[in-house]
Write a protein that binds this ligand. Structure first.
Ligand code: HEC
Length: 236
């Protein structure tokens, strides 16, 4: 065990060293390069190569990966949402809810990269924002403790296992004006594959609770703020 740790620390150390050398090299070339404009240009071109086009759907000009609707108004399952920005994982395990949690899984929440950036810049979720919540079961293969916890070298706790369901909320003030501009969809509460498309859930099953209780604009955003906020500048 200790050998493993020291080995991985050593390789981590060499990766960190390589990274810092790269960063130093990059800083060096910026400062002795002719001007800030060359640095700006490279920043812009990097951005272009990594960012999807905004406004590919005119209904959602600030969104890179827009919601897609069937002709009868169902939401098509968002494509590989695990590539989006991960903003948090609330957990309401059976062990803390008398064995009867409605959603005993980790709630892994993702949002489109453009919506994430827009929220940072403006404090508002743009039209077409999708909050995507994938459920991930607490892994307890051996039933170690009645509360579903188990022990790993890091300590006793709840650890993620198989995925088990998909919920999505979409901000669209034209479609969902009656429920504070957000619509709610469930693509199943079971192992994947999830449903290909989902119909709007009635307000009393989803939107109603978000209207009554959410922190801001229908989202429990206080849970995600620690990750939505930009990192403070590093210090040594
Ligand atoms: C009884 C209240 C309640 C109901 C009903 C409810 N939610 Fe939520 N929802 C929450 C709470 C609280 C959170 C944040 C904490 C958590 O995930 O445990 C949340 C989080 C979410 C999120 C993550 C983004 C956010 O708003 O924070 C999505 C997506 C979501 N719910 C979709 C749905 C869908 C779809 C339904 C109906 C199938 C639904 N919710 C029904 C209370 C509710």
């Amino acid at each position: 065990m200790s050998v493993n740790y020291s080995r991985s620390f050593r390789s981590f150390g060499s990766i960190a060293l390589t990274l810092s050398l790269l960063v130093l090299a990059a800083c060096g070339s910026k400062s002795d390069g002719d001007s800030a404009s060359s640095a700006d240009k490279s920043a812009v071109s990097t951005d272009k190569s990594t960012t999807l086009a905004l406004g590919s759907d005119p209904a959602y000009p600030a969104i890179d990966i827009p919601p897609v609707w069937s002709s009868d108004g169902k939401l098509i399952q968002p494509k590989d949402f695990r590539e989006m920005v991960f903003i948090g994982a609330p957990l309401t395990p059976h062990g803390l809810n008398d064995g009867k949690a409605n959603f005993p899984e980790f709630h892994n929440v993702y949002v489109q990269p453009a919506a994430f950036k827009a929220y940072r810049a403006t404090g508002k979720w743009p039209e077409g924002t999708m909050m995507i919540k994938e459920l991930q079961l607490v892994d307890d293969p051996k039933g170690d403790f009645p509360d579903g916890s188990r022990v790993l070298p890091s300590g006793r706790g709840y650890f993620p296992g198989a995925v088990n369901g998909l919920d999505v909320s979409v901000k669209d003030s034209k479609r969902f004006a009656e429920t504070n501009n957000w619509g709610y969809f469930n693509f199943n509460h079971a192992a994947p594959p999830y449903l290909a498309e989902a119909a709007l859930k009635p307000s009393d099953q989803c939107a109603g609770c978000h209207i009554a209780n959410a922190h801001e604009d229908m989202v429990y955003v206080d849970l995600y703020k620690p990750i939505l906020d930009p990192l403070p500048t590093a210090t040594n």
